[in-house]
Design a protein around this ligand. Structure first.
Ligand code: BG6
Length: 460
C-alpha cells in the first residue's frame, strides 16, 4: 500500500532543509512524486503554511532545485506547528489529511522514543510507515528499546531506518559487480583475498553540527551504520533475489558473524584521534577542541579506525579494516579488496610484483583493478597496470532515493531492526574501551593524511 501523506517532523531542521526538501523536489522533477501526495511539515516554530513555504523555497533555491519542480512541491506543502513531545500536538499534525501516512522523524535521535510512544497511543492508519534517521539509539540497549518503540507503531516491514549510504548508487554497484559476473565471485573469499579496507575520509569539518557531532564522534557517526553496511554488502553471500527479506537476511548474516575486537586487542585493532590546528583547502582551521559547541573534555574522536574479523567459512582470517575521519587532506571513499600474492612467480619474470587490488570508489564512482602485466620494452619485466572505469552516477541523489523507497513502501534499502542492533554489538565494546581510556586519543593536523602510520601497520 502506498501512502497519501508524508509528515515530516523536524521540518525546519538542517536535514529537512538540506536533504529532504531537495530530495522531494528531485522526485518531482523526474516525475516520481506520487500525484496527490500531501506533504505536511511540522516543527516547533511559529509559522503558517505561507511562512513555511518561504523557508522551503529558500532551501530549494540554495539546493539548485528546478523552479517547476520546486513550485510543484510547494503546492503540496502545508505546515502545522507542533511540539513533538506533546501527544495532543502530534494528533493535530496527523489529523491533517486522511489515509496511510509516512511519518519521517527528522529529529534529534533522543526524541525518537517519546514520539513513537505518542504515535503508538494515537494509532496510525493501516499501511502507514515510520521513517527513523540515524543514529538509531546510542548503544545496543537503547537500539533494542527503540526497536520495541517503533514496532509498537507500525510492523517491522513498514519501518524505515535510514542509512543513506544504502541509497547511493555507488554502494549498490557492489551487488551488480559481485553477482552479475563470474570473474569476481570465485576469488571473493579468504582463499584469494588477504584484506579488505573500507575508507571514508572527508576534508569536511564540523559544518555547524557540533551539537550533534561532539556527542556522536566518528565511530558512531560513520562506522556503526554506513561503513558496517558497506562491509555487509561486500562480504554477504549471494542473495537469491533482491527482495527486501533476501537482501537484508544476507546482510544480517554477515553482521552477526562480525567479531568485535577483544579488550586485549583494542590498542592493536582500533585507533581514535581528533584533529589539531592545521590547514584545509579554504585556509587555516582551529583545532577541533576549540570549536564552538565542542566540549574538549569529552574527548570526542574525529577519526576512527577499527579492524574487524568475520567468523565465517568464507572470511575467516581476513581483516576488514574500517576507517573514517574528518578534516583530512584528501576526500577518499572506497572499498579496497587486497588480493593475496601469487603462490609462485615464474623464475625469469623480473620486477617486484605487488598483489592485485580492486578498488570500488564511492564518489567519484569508479572501479579500478590494479594488476601486474608484462611491461613495454623488456617483455619479462613486470609493470603495474590499472584498468579503470568511471561508473554512471545514479539518476537520483541518495536522499531522493530514500524518499522514493518510503513513498513506494519498499524497505529494501533501509536497515532492519536486527542489523541496527548488530551494528551496536560490534561498536559498543570499542566505545567502552575508548571511554575507559584504554586506547589513547591521538591527534592529527587538519589537512593531513590522519594520524601517523604505526610501525608494522599495512598502509592505507
Ligand atoms: C552522514 C554523517 O551520515 O554522512 C556525516 O553524519 C557525513 O558526518 C555524511 O559527512 C557523508 O555522507 P555523504 O552523503 O556526504 O557522502
Amino acid at each position: 500500500m502506498t501512502v497519501s501523506r508524508l509528515v515530516v517532523l523536524g521540518a525546519t531542521g538542517d536535514l529537512t532543509r538540506r536533504y529532504l526538501l531537495p530530495g522531494l523536489a528531485r522526485l518531482a522533477a523526474t516525475g516520481r512524486l506520487p500525484a496527490g501526495l500531501a506533504v505536511v511539515a511540522s516543527a516547533v516554530d511559529d509559522l503558517d503554511d505561507a511562512g513555511y513555504r518561504a523557508i522551503a523555497q529558500e532551501s530549494l533555491t540554495a539546493a539548485g532545485a528546478e523552479p517547476e519542480a520546486a513550485a510543484m512541491l510547494l503546492g503540496s506543502l502545508g505546515y502545522v506547528r507542533a511540539d513533538v513531545t506533546a501527544e495532543a500536538d502530534l494528533r493535530a499534525v496527523l489529523s491533517r489529511g486522511h489515509g496511510p501516512v509516512a511519518v519521517y522523524l527528522a529529529l534529534p535521535h533522543t526524541l525518537a522514543g517519546t514520539v513513537c510512544a505518542h504515535l503508538a497511543t494515537i494509532g496510525l492508519p493501516e499501511g502507514s510507515q515510520l521513517v527513523v534517521e540515524k543514529p538509531f539509539g546510542d548503544g545496543i540497549e537503547s537500539a533494542r528499546e527503540l526497536n520495541r518503540a517503533v514496532t509498537a507503531v507500525v510492523p517491522e516491514r513498514n519501518v524505515f531506518r535510514v542509512d543513506h549510504f544504502l541509497a547511493k548508487n555507488t554502494v549498490l554497484n557492489v551487488i551488480g559487480l559481485r553477482f552479475a559476473n563470474r570473474v569476481f565471485e570465485p576469488v571473493w573469499s579468504n582463499r584469494d583475498v588477504e584484506a579488505v579496507d573500507i575508507v571514508f575520509d572527508e576534508p569536511l569539518g564540523l559544518e555547524g553540527r557540533a551539537g550533534y557531532y561532539d556527542k556522536a564522534g566518528a565511530l558512531r557517526d560513520m562506522v556503526q551504520n554506513h561503513l558496517l553496511q558497506v562491509l555487509a554488502l561486500v562480504a554477504m553471500e549471494p542473495p537469491p533475489t533482491l527482495g527486501e527479506a533476501d537482501l537484508r537476511d544476507r546482510k544480517a548474516d554477515v553482521l552477526r558473524s562480525v567479531r568485535a575486537p577483544s579488550a586485549e586487542d583494542m590498542t592493536r585493532l582500533t585507533r581514535r584521534a581528533r584533529w589539531s590546528a592545521g590547514n584545509l583547502e579554504d585556509g587555516p582551521v582551529p583545532a577541533y577542541a576549540e570549536h564552538d559547541g565542542v566540549d574538549p573534555g569529552r574527548g570526542t574522536e574525529t577519526y576512527a579506525e577499527v579492524s574487524y574479523r568475520i567468523d565465517s567459512w568464507r572470511w575467516s582470517g581476513v581483516p576488514f579494516r574500517l576507517r573514517s575521519g574528518k578534516a583530512l587532506a584528501v576526500r577518499r571513499r572506497e572499498a579496497v579488496i587486497h588480493f593475496r600474492p601469487v603462490p609462485h612467480l615464474p623464475t625469469g619474470l623480473r620486477g617486484r610484483p605487488s598483489p592485485s587490488r580492486l578498488r570500488l570508489g564511492f564518489g567519484p564512482d569508479t572501479l579500478r583493478l590494479e594488476i601486474e602485466v608484462n611491461g613495454p620494452g623488456d617483455p619479462f619485466e613486470l609493470e603495474r597496470a590499472v584498468l579503470e572505469q568511471e561508473l554512471c552516477p545514479g539518476y537520483l541523489p541518495a536522499y531522493a532515493q530514500v524518499l522514493e523507497a518510503v513513498l513506494e513502501g519498499d524497505p529494501l534499502l533501509s536497515v532492519r531492526a536486527d542489523e541496527a542492533e548488530e551494528g551496536w554489538r560490534v561498536v559498543e565494546p570499542v566505545l567502552d574501551a575508548w571511554r575507559r581510556g584504554d586506547v589513547p586519543l591521538e591527534e592529527y593536523p587538519a589537512g593531513s593524511a590522519g594520524p601517523t602510520a604505526r610501525p608494522g601497520d599495512r598502509p592505507w
